[in-house]
Design a protein around this ligand. Sequence first.
Ligand code: FRU
Length: 496
Amino acid sequence: MSQESMQASIGRAQRYIDEHAGPVARTPMRQRYHFMGPCGWINDPNGLIYYKGQYHYFYQFNPFSSFWGKMHWGHAVSDDLVHFRSLPIALAPSEAYDDHEQGGCFSGSAIEKDGKLYLIYTGTANRGDGLEQTQNVAVSEDGVHFRKYEGNPVLCAPEGVKPDCFRDPKVWEHDGSYYMVCGVQKGDRGQALLYRSPDLLHWEFFNVLLESRGELGYMWECPDFFELGGKWVFICSPMGMGDRKVVYFVGDFDYRTGVFCPRSQGEVDWGLDFYAPQTFLDANGRRIMVGWANGWQWMTQFKDWGPTYHDGWCGSLTLPREVTLSDDGLLSCRPVGELSLLARDEGSMPRLRLAGGEDAKIEAGDGVAFRLSFDIDLRASDCSSFDLLLRQGGGRQVVCTFDLEHAQLRLCRDGSDGWSRGASRSTLDLCGRDKLDVTVYSDQSSIEVFADNGTNVHSMNVFAPSSQNGVSVRSHGGPLALEDVSWCGMADAPIQ
Ligand code: FRU
């Protein structure tokens, strides 16, 4: 019975998508090579996995509206992380534990077991006592059609945890056992709870993996936990930490005790539009991260989700980024090499020198969808700052400032499109350095800046027309020296 009601919901959603995806695809702000849903609203990436030779992306999806509501899991596959093909919706609200207008099938993860694909997700529903969140399982034999487990829910909120703040399970396997980390609110503090299971269906509490003591927010969304280069990395999206929206901790973990000892922490991405990232391992052991390129109303710098709701859609995902630890133990996130499949009309110059007050144009692709990279020669640059001006036109622009005097990187979209506003800001580590690398990816409605080997990242949306396609560099207060300047256009990669 329950399988039939989910299939009926999926059928309704698919018919709506078939009718609306065509017109939505022709609207002007659609990304050209970033991942989007076919229509409606999307948020977090879910269930990212390399399964039977293909990359699977699932995502929070409300196909019926450009605003959040009643969450489904959208689904797409890719052979190369760049070109995607849409598949039928994987999960739709249908059960007492996941069917509600203000709920549905919330975020979660995927894992392969005995050749089958398991999705572990949060059901959010209201059975009369307010919204309640539980962890649930769905299984597929073919990686396309999923059946919810009859024994759901497999986990309910423990004593003391806010019933509507127990969500976003991230699952992995080790030595034949399964582990899950879940985000919760306990009192006014965020926590990550660790569970253990022999079979993905029966779970026991193992330990509090990490918790806020008031300094790290009141609720932790979308926790992730994985081994990387001999260390362990915990990532979460904490609510109530101001500009710090996605934080990471690096430390050591002991499977015998379930104890995680974080030694250092940092920011995954400082941009105004980056949230709820999830990582997964591919066939070659690369750790890959994808985030939602937006944020929520409660965030300090939140403006809104942009004007695309007029066009029947909202939300895209960031570029897939390979995650590594830098030599000094920082988390480094760099766009995957496969993106070069889209590179067109490549150009380069060994160096660019500008006197103070001087500027230079750069012809990178069509000035909208492009990649631009360079190294700042810090010895030969004596400017106080320089601006990389993006999406220029009609008196508008996005300003990416490298403030060498105050060691800051700022990405400002005030005055960029007549709609967006706000600026993100991070500290650049320039101490004793000879050079600093920068790579920028621009698409129709987003900009991602990767500096310092991917340890200093800013992702931000901008909704400028294609006529805003100028790119230039301007030096302030002294000479600027850039080395190895290279650029290319990025070809379209529409989701099929
Ligand atoms: C994060 C989040 C998750 C939740 C999902 C609901 O953006 O709030 O905590 O599962 O979105 O769509």
